[in-house]
Design a protein. Sequence first.
Length: 323
Amino acid sequence: MKSAFKALGLLGGVLLATLASAQTAPAPHGWPVFSYQGVLTDKDTLKYNPTDEFIFPGVFHAGAHLGDPLGEWYLYYAPHDDPGGISLMYAESLDGPWTEYANNPVIKNVWKPNYSVPHVSSADPIWNKEAGRLFVYFHGSNSQTRWAETDDGVKFDYGGPAVDNKMGGANVTESSYARVFPHPDKKSGYAYGMFYMGNEKDNVRRIRLAESVDGRTWVVDPDYVVEPGLEEGANVSGADLWKWKGKHYVVYHASSGNSYARTIDKTLRKVGSLPILLHQSSGVGEDVGRVASPEIVTFRGKTYLFYESGDRLGATIAWAKAI
């Protein structure tokens, strides 16, 4: 009898392991493994730190586009809690060291006569080739993603709303955490794509798609890009488009506390059915807890991951490097 129970126990263990593995897809050959390098936003030393938390890093190669940048690389980030405030760090190398801009925030939650909201956050920078300017997308408040334009990355002209709840449908309650990228489908007629988080009345956060000819006027697709599955938990958010070894992936974070990737085609509509694990904390030292809002940058053969580390309302900006 004992041997029978033991066999059943072993069978149950195998079944659970099979079910767990069935929730994720195996990583492709050569998939990067990211090694934690440290924290960029030192809460004890930063001049602008109204809420002791920072989220959503957005990296921009300033030296490739701006005339006289403060550094070769810009990194935008923000607190999420009120009042938020889009902030800037700069560095000569992706390896750092990073210097806080002296007059943060560069975009505030009150910008008269354009808007006055409780907070602005989740900055995503992209060079707009048609306009010849840097565009920074941000939400403020959660029901609307906006954009601003700049020639130097510091002084901004207000653009306007990019996407809002109404554009996603009657059930949408939040339209935030957007990342914008050159559209991979040259036949689409669109120059830019956007992944953003749409929350709905069922309080489930999903990844939405919007497309634009000029980066200013957007059309929201009625279908979701990613809905949370068994592996992810209740919500998914913070998505971006990433190209790795000739294939496109939508990368994002989830309620599980991990970041994931799913294959996606050039039309941005055919998505892999299972997530691939992109990154999780090691649990060693400071590298603990949630990893979110992945921003991957490959430069001169090296691949970097910038992300928010820690609980949602107490996070900091960390970075890792592919080994």
